[in-house]
Write a protein that binds this ligand. Structure first.
Ligand SMILES: C[S@@+](CC[C@H](N)C(=O)[O-])C[C@H]1O[C@@H](n2cnc3c(N)ncnc32)[C@H](O)[C@@H]1O
Length: 365
């Protein structure tokens, strides 16, 4: 048994089955034993994100943020808040590029790398020291209460927020909770733990098929509503894999989308080694749009990562891909890495980019 397994089993034995969202939150974010609370060196063993493929991902995002700054009429302070910044790898790519290639924007930038995990914040602090010293970067555990002008963005954050597991049985929406039987975690089907779950599906006009499993991402709804409240003028940019609700809950997704990752192997064994494997569910972009509107966020675009990166890179034929002094072989390698990011069979079509905006009047994008 992992230490977390023992803690969770004890809690369930004492108080009864718990919603899967509570189980998942502990597995990922328990302050000592949670998967994301540990230092990041372990992480490459389980999965990698667009950030790990090539700095071009951050460089093109930097260009997008520079455009946003222009659209906001170049405020003297542009707050760029990255939520779920991990060890600061993406922040480094964005800031290095802004400093070298977009100097005016760099001097208006106040980059805030927000990360829940204390060990990752420490790793980010040493990686990004040069930008902190230049007054361009701050590392924080939470998002500021007020963001006058700027952008809040994330890459693969929402898929790592806790979800409730649901199943439709005999026409009734039920919740799959986590129980404990003979030292083993087991599914326990129960009535829904909160009416927010019924509201979640009703608001989106979704009725699950008989026997269908699905996730309800209530945490993502709370998250987007809250950040919409905090930003006065600017943008929210979310990069993640997922779909709009009509697709996410269609007959191709009868088993739901929750998956466990460990050492690059994927499984549906959600209860294996709590705290030592990653748990993720596809993002429901309709929910982000719907709950975002409640706090004034208007959808500008929802596009594939392919379309998003192509639109940014084509203007200069992806010149940002190369570093000064690179030889031919290194340039070829960089082009292959770019392909992974934009190719439909790589990350390009699996990942979506949602751009929301607030307080820009009738002016778009
Ligand atoms: C899947 S990782 C992605 C890391 C990084 N964005 C990347 O693309 O490589 C998700 C990260 O979000 C962090 N996280 C989750 N919820 C958070 C929250 N509410 N505030 C800040 N960070 C959070 C986790 O600790 C973890 O480092």
């Amino acid at each position: 048994m992992t230490p977390l397994e023992e803690l969770l089993a004890e809690r369930i034995r004492r108080y009864g089955p718990i919603p899967f969202a509570d189980f998942m939150r502990e597995c990922l974010y328990h302050p000592v034993h949670g998967y994301y609370s540990k230092a990041e060196s372990q992480r490459f063993a389980d999965y990698y994100t667009s950030v790990d493929v090539h700095p071009i991902f951050g460089r093109l995002l930097a260009r997008k943020f520079g455009q946003m700054w222009e659209q906001l009429d170049r405020p003297t302070e542009f707050l760029l808040v990255e939520v779920g910044a991990g060890v600061g790898r993406l922040a480094g790519h964005v800031l290095d590029f802004c400093k070298a290639r977009l100097p005016e924007f760099y001097w208006a930038l106040r980059y805030v790398a927000v990360e829940r995990s204390a060990s990752r914040r420490e790793q980010a602090a040493s990686r990004l020291e040069r930008h902190a010293t230049a007054g361009r970067l701050r590392i924080a555990a939470e998002i500021a209460a007020q963001i006058p002008a700027g952008c809040i963005f994330s890459n693969e954050l929402i898929d790592a927020l806790a979800v409730h597991r649901m199943v439709m049985r005999e026409g009734v929406l039920q919740e799959i909770c986590v129980g404990c039987d003979n030292e083993e975690f087991v599914d326990v089907v129960a009535t829904v733990s909160t009416c927010a779950i019924n509201e979640y599906f009703a608001t989106q006009g979704i009725t699950l098929y008989e026997g269908q499993h699905a996730e309800a991402g209530l945490e993502a709804c709370d998250w987007i509503t809250e950040i919409g409240r905090r930003i006065a003028r600017g943008f929210v940019l979310t990069v993640d894999y997922g779909h709009r609700a009509a697709e996410l809950f269609d007959e191709r997704h009868m088993r739901g989308t929750l998956l466990a990752y460990r050492e690059h192997c994927v499984s549906e064994d959600f209860y294996a080694s709590p705290g030592e494997q990653d748990l993720t569910a596809h993002v429901n972009f309709t929910a982000l749009e719907t709950w975002g509107r409640r706090s004034g966020l208007e959808t500008a675009t929802l596009t594939s990562q392919t379309a998003f990166l192509l639109a940014l890179g084509e203007a200069n034929e992806f010149a940002d891909l190369y570093d000064p002094g690179q030889n031919e072989a290194e340039q070829i390698r960089a082009r292959l890495q770019l392909k992974t990011l934009i190719h439909p069979e790589g990350m390009g079509e699996r990942f979506q980019v949602l751009l929301q905006r607030k307080g820009l009047g009738g002016r778009l994008r």
